[in-house]
Ligand binder design. Structure first.
Ligand code: HEC
Length: 221
């Protein structure tokens, strides 16, 4: 058990300390990092009467989007290999999440602190939420969905996205779990890519589902 924990904890310490390829310390200069302590997250508490309904709805939407994206990714890989699938993700990932958003009248984002597409970057509050997930992961706690309130008073459902071995061909370590060719293709499209060096089972990012039609501040009055 101790050894098992060590294999889990050591790579994660590397992630938390922001170890990047080529010894770069980029992540330590991330915007918002130094402000981490000042940011307060307004969580919706589990006992709040809205919690369960929002959590169930968020979970359903996250699942549908994940399945839609997963299927599209798999058929792109089967159709044209990984290089083609990178183009596919580059062109289609955001529009697929948007298409589910439209049909559900919520905004759906797939966000990450170590992002590939800068449009998917976590903001200060979200970086703090993700950091809390990392701490929970390190302590061996189950990673449960969280509900927070954004600046506009909208509830936001967050759920960690965990990598599996299939993800590593595009988010793994170049020369080890990922080929140098794929790493190069990704670099060309995403020169500031931070989304590599993940291992299977690591928290890669989060679903963020914003209920734009609901305003918690008003509905409580
Ligand atoms: C074929 C290569 C490929 C595979 C396999 C792949 N991804 Fe990605 N991933 C990408 C690309 C390219 C993007 C950027 C998409 C964009 O431009 O919106 C991305 C973006 C993401 C994002 C959005 C945040 C960000 O960094 O921009 C998450 C989260 C993510 N991937 C998780 C996963 C997970 C989990 C798996 C495995 C189930 C996976 N990916 C498998 C290529 C891949």
């Amino acid at each position: 058990m101790k050894n098992y924990m060590a294999t889990l904890v050591i790579p994660l310490i590397i992630i938390v300390s922001g170890c990047l390829p080529n010894g770069s310390k980029d992540i330590n200069n991330d915007k918002g990092k130094s402000k981490d302590k000042d940011v307060k997250v307004a969580y919706i508490h589990q006992n709040d009467e809205q919690f369960k309904a929002l959590k169930d709805k968020g979970a359903k939407i996250a699942k549908v989007t994940q399945v839609t994206l997963g299927k599209a990714l798999n058929s792109a890989i089967t159709e044209g290999g990984h290089e083609y699938a990178i183009d596919f993700c580059n062109e289609k990932a955001l529009s697929i999440t948007d298409s589910v958003s439209d049909s559900e009248q919520v905004s759906i984002r797939r966000i990450a602190k170590k992002y590939r597409n800068p449009q998917n970057a976590t903001d200060d509050i979200e970086s703090k939420i993700f950091k809390q997930y990392i701490m929970e992961y390190l302590s061996g706690a189950p990673l449960k969905a969280k509900l927070a309130i954004n600046q506009n008073g909208n509830p936001v459902y967050y759920k960690p996205i965990i990598t599996n071995s299939m993800c590593l061909s595009c988010h793994g370590t170049p020369g080890e779990t990922m080929t140098f060719d794929i790493a190069e293709t990704i670099r060309e499209k995403y020169p500031a890519d931070k989304a590599i060096n993940f291992k299977a089972g690591h928290p890669r990012g989060m679903w963020a589902i914003t209920f734009e039609g609901i305003n918690v501040a008003t509905s409580r009055q």
